[in-house]
Design a protein around this ligand. Structure first.
Ligand code: FAD
Length: 617
């Protein structure tokens, strides 16, 4: 029998990262997946990053991961989201060429000498007492190993729905589901539950009247997700914005009973933040229209992804409503949208290392833990891969703290709070979100990368030199005085009042619109602009960051705060809609219980305390 330290099952976003991390950490690793051609396949939207997710991509990269490097090689449009809100919450997001992304992931993985690949559908785990010792595939191959990372995504007993009459067993469109694997796991006593998700139709872009739509170009300023490789980006393409208005609404309402979601066929819960168009129309009846983005699928195809119209209506209805969207009157639909139901394992069955409680050597990562999203899967994949290797090599396991990484926040939420809907990352899930930024991910996680030897010598050298340069920029800003003669022209152009005597550069940079680069330059100090972003944010946001730390401390002290039984949660307007809805449903009796409900943010909890105090005074 062939033998490896670690076998990673699945070649999606969790699997790719787990295999890469285990191999980088020193384990002989096999990536075993149903179809080698689909390694790195994006099941839904060909886009990486976004709010909180972009930071996760940077964290994955800091730990030697694949996602950032592959995105840099495959991106056909880039935008820094939240740019108007200040750099502490900037969120990088890239539209990718689906094929290029897949090939980039495979090529990056093949650079790892300790990583091998095999095609096969795993049907059974081999156990010795309470520890995994190997696995078998449907095709009759067996492998011995000390650890398994399972990353089977939406494939476990996956079932596609299009309308109420078309149901296809599948892991996603075009891929077979994984059935036997669920049975082998549930015989170990694990609970299994069901979630759902959906995807919109794709269209032939040549049949869309693009000229009448609003064109959206990406940013022109260069950006790389990876700290290690400044690869050449492919040609950049625009997206287009249109709207689904009253005519679309009428068609959908007329056919609502034919929707798999509304016809009562699907029982699992879906991701609230990627609602189907049926959901949007039913839940927001007063909205006159909904945004629809036409996003290119790649450089060598005219196919476009219709972002905003995810649906489980029959294909014929999909075509009917697509043709009522302005600009799509004569459109040809290349692929119909669909909903998919799948099994996941409630993640409160996991340790914070992502090892299954009570089963030595078995780790779960990605969508099977009840999450949704490529980045969430990738972040878990890295941690599971490192821990699988650490377990084999008798090293200390990795548990990322909530103040260390968004990945740490996510895993802590998953294993301690469980999930009651597909878990997606938001900045509001993190109480230390001003510390967990995209610009400082490499710096935050460098000690971990060093501890597990995840980076090559050349990568480490590069990172250290960037960090040294960033540190010296901040030091210079603190130590250098700038004269009124040098400072006042800068202040004038930023609309700030002039100074009359010399001040420290760091003092000046605290003012809105005053940049670190211009003030250093005015003093004759030249530093690469890329190495100034970190220092500038540290200076400008120092006050907010300290205040946030204080707020987190206060919140911890209020953990035993009692909540009266008759609280009218729905009326608490200072809290998010999601929080009010969940509190009304679950009615916790203490603030501590409320804090463990998935999706309630620290600011929601603060709002709750304020409401209770106000009512009792
Ligand atoms: P996957 O990417 O699903 O990869 C699973 C891998 O495991 C595959 O390579 C598969 O071949 C392999 N595998 C499965 N079983 C076996 C086996 N027995 N043996 C060997 N290999 C096996 N996310 C969002 O954030 N927003 C959305 O709107 C959204 N919509 C989606 C719509 C659809 C229709 C689907 C299918 C997914 C959608 N997702 C969405 C989720 C997103 O695709 C996943 O979060 C992400 O792909 C999860 O990555 P993963 O690595 O966990 O699993």
């Amino acid at each position: 029998m062939e033998r490896y330290d670690v076998v990673v099952v699945g070649g999606g976003h969790a699997g790719a990262e787990a295999a890469n991390a285990a191999a980088r950490a020193g384990a002989s690793t096999l990536l075993l997946t149903q179809n080698l051609e689909t390694i790195g396949q994006m099941s839904c939207n060909p886009a990486i990053g976004g709010i909180a997710k972009g930071t996760v991509v940077r964290e994955v990269d800091a730990l030697g991961g694949v996602m950032g490097r592959a995105t840099d090689l495959a991106r056909i449009q880039f935008r820094m989201l939240n740019r108007s809100k200040g750099p502490a919450v900037w969120s990088p997001r890239a539209q990718c060429d689906r094929g290029l992304y897949r090939r980039a992931v495979r090529a990056i993985l093949e650079r790892q000498p300790r990583l091998e690949f095999a095609q096969g559908t795993v049907s059974e785990f081999l156990m010795s007492g309470e520890r995994v010792v190997g696995l078998r595939t449907k095709e009759g191959r067996s492998f011995e190993c000390s650890a398994i990372v399972l990353t089977a995504g939406t494939f476990l007993r996956g079932r596609i729905h299009m309308g109420t009459t078309t149901q296809i067993p599948a892991g996603r469109s075009g891929d077979a589901p994984s059935v036997e694997l669920v049975e082998t796991i549930t015989t170990q006593g694990l609970r299994v539950e069901r979630f759902k998700t959906g995807t919109p139709p794709r269209i032939d872009g040549r049949t869309a009247n693009i000229a009448q739509l609003e064109r959206q170009d990406g940013d022109s300023k260069p950006y790389w997700f990876s700290s290690f490789e400044k690869s050449q980006h492919p040609q950049q393409l625009p997206c287009y914005l249109t709207y689904a208005g009253e005519p679309v609404k009428e068609i959908i309402l007329k056919h609502l009973k034919e929707s798999a979601l509304y016809g009562g066929l699907i029982s699992g819960r879906g991701p609230r933040y990627c609602p189907s168009v049926e959901d949007k129309i039913v839940k927001f009846p007063n909205a006159s229209r909904h945004q629809v983005f036409l996003e290119p699928e790649g450089l060598d195809t005219s196919e476009m992804y219709v972002n905003g119209l995810s649906t489980s209506l029959p294909a014929s209805v999909q075509l009917e409503f697509l043709r009522r969207v302005p600009g799509l009157e004569k459109v040809r639909m290349t692929r119909a949208g669909y909903a998919i139901e799948y099994d996941y394992f409630p993640p409160d069955q996991l340790l914070p290392t992502l090892q299954v409680r009570g089963i030595q050597g078995l780790y779960f990562a990605g969508q099977i833990n009840g999450t949704t999203g490529y980045e969430e899967a990738a972040g878990q994949g890295v941690v599971a891969g490192i821990n699988a290797a650490a377990g084999v090599m008798n090293c200390e396991p990795l548990i990322l703290g909530r103040n260390q990484a968004f990945i740490g926040v996510m895993i802590d939420d998953l294993v301690n709070r469980g999930v009651d809907e597909p878990y997606r990352l938001f900045t509001s899930r993190a109480e230390f979100r001003l510390l967990l930024r995209q610009d400082n991910a490499a710096r935050r996680l460098l000690p971990i990368a060093e501890r597990y030897e995840l980076l090559a010598e050349s990568e480490l050298r590069l990172l250290h030199s960037v960090i040294d340069s960033e540190n010296s920029a901040l030091l210079l800003a603190d130590e250098t005085l700038i004269s009124p003669a040098d400072a006042n022209p800068i202040l004038e152009s930023s609309g700030s009042h002039p100074i009359t005597s010399s001040v420290r550069i760091s003092e000046l940079v605290k003012r809105p619109g005053v940049s670190l680069s211009r003030t250093l330059e005015a003093n004759g100090i030249q530093i690469d602009e890329d190495h100034l972003a970190w220092g500038e944010i540290e200076i400008k946001y120092a006050g907010y960051i300290n205040r946030e730390r204080e707020a987190a401390k206060r919140l911890a002290e209020m953990d035993d705060f009692r909540l009266p039984a008759d609280l009218p949660f729905r009326a608490f307007n200072s809290m998010s809609y999601e929080a009010r809805e969940k509190l009304e449903r679950l009615r916790p009796s203490t603030l501590g219980q409320a804090s463990r409900i998935p999706g309630l943010s620290p600011s929601d909890l603060q709002g709750l305390v304020m409401e209770v105090v106000r009512r009792s005074s």
